[in-house]
Ligand binder design. Structure first.
Ligand code: CP
Length: 309
């Protein structure tokens, strides 16, 4: 069902609305308490895939704005008795939830639900398709650390094939006027994917990071690889890890990012996590502000509309 508050993807959200969300998130970062714009509203976290950061920060964002949070436990629900996702979500909506925050392993599940519900649906990550609130928080961190995204080059390194983070990040960087490169082994970065996104493709870390402002490492998504074996962790770390051995390749990058959770010693090593250019914890903190803005947009016509970038 159409609802102006759905937030399903970066590409499906007008650029002006993304700008307003970023501006409103910045307002929350500067005045993080005391804005109870969602008093009396109820947000339901429906996470059918594991999560630490996204689930916790949606809860913190909703509570920070004065909303109640319903935390749905899938294994203790009637989903385990065979109830369909649509029937489950309609049931939750009927209990008084005003907004559904959905994480699902199936690409397109939030859009499927959104088409059937009278309340807003926020995509908290669907399969390898999209993770739009992650993209918002990443954009916030890039703007804070680099001043702007326009004109900057972001090298996304690793398992792009299976990554919803990479797809949403690519779209928001392009929308904000930056350039994206995909960097990784052939099995993780097919040329058709780079063509579809209109980005440069590199299968060599040093060449991929040469001239890049941001090195953005991805987690190897073993849970989405089925039976395929792509590369051992140590072989990956040698060729594509952001680590001490590859420090020379990283030398020109002003900012190093990873959405988390990370495999320490595979995509990134402890020394690089501790590098002052690395913003992993800043990313988590920005997630609360980004999700505050998204929940306000979902549930109010309110003050977020006054925010201008
Ligand atoms: N970055 C991210 O989505 O992390 P979680 O899986 O912990 O939510």
């Amino acid at each position: 069902m159409h609802h102006d508050g759905h937030f399903l993807g970066i590409a499906s959200t007008p650029a002006g609305e993304i700008d307003r969300l970023l501006a409103r998130a910045e307002q929350h970062a500067c005045a993080p308490s005391g804005t109870h714009t969602l008093e009396g509203r109820t947000v339901c976290n429906l996470f059918l895939e594991d999560s630490t950061r996204t689930r916790t920060s949606f809860t913190a964002a909703a509570r920070g704005l004065g909303a109640e949070v319903l935390d749905f436990n899938a294994s203790a629900s009637s989903l385990s008795k065979g109830e369909s996702l649509v029937d489950t979500v309609e049931t939750i909506a009927a209990t008084g939830a005003d907004c559904i925050v959905l994480r699902h392993r199936g690409s397109g599940a939030p859009a499927h639900i959104a088409a059937r519900l009278p309340i807003p649906v926020v995509n908290a990550g669907d399969g390898a398709h999209a993770h739009p609130t992650q993209a918002l928080l990443d954009a916030l961190v890039m703007r804070r650390r680099l001043g702007t995204i326009a004109g900057k080059t972001v090298a996304i390194v690793g398992d792009i094939l299976h990554s919803r983070v990479a797809r949403s990040l690519c779209r928001i960087v392009q929308q904000q006027g930056g350039d994206v490169r995909f960097v990784g082994p052939r099995a993780f970065v097919p040329s058709s994917l780079a063509t579809a996104f209109g980005v440069e493709l590199h299968h060599d870390l040093r060449a991929g990071l040469d001239g890049a402002d941001v090195a953005y490492a991805l987690r190897i998504q073993t849970e989405r690889q089925g039976r395929a074996t792509y590369m051992t962790g140590s072989a990956y770390a040698r060729s594509f890890g952001l680590n001490t051995a590859n420090a020379e390749a990283l030398r020109g990058c002003a900012l190093i990012m990873h959405p988390g959770p990370f495999n320490r010693g595979v995509e990134i090593d402890s020394a690089t996590v501790a590098d002052e250019r690395t913003a992993i914890i800043d990313q988590v903190a920005a997630g609360v502000h980004a999700r505050m803005a998204v929940l306000e947009r979902a549930l109010t016509a309110g003050p977020w509309e006054g925010a201008r970038s």
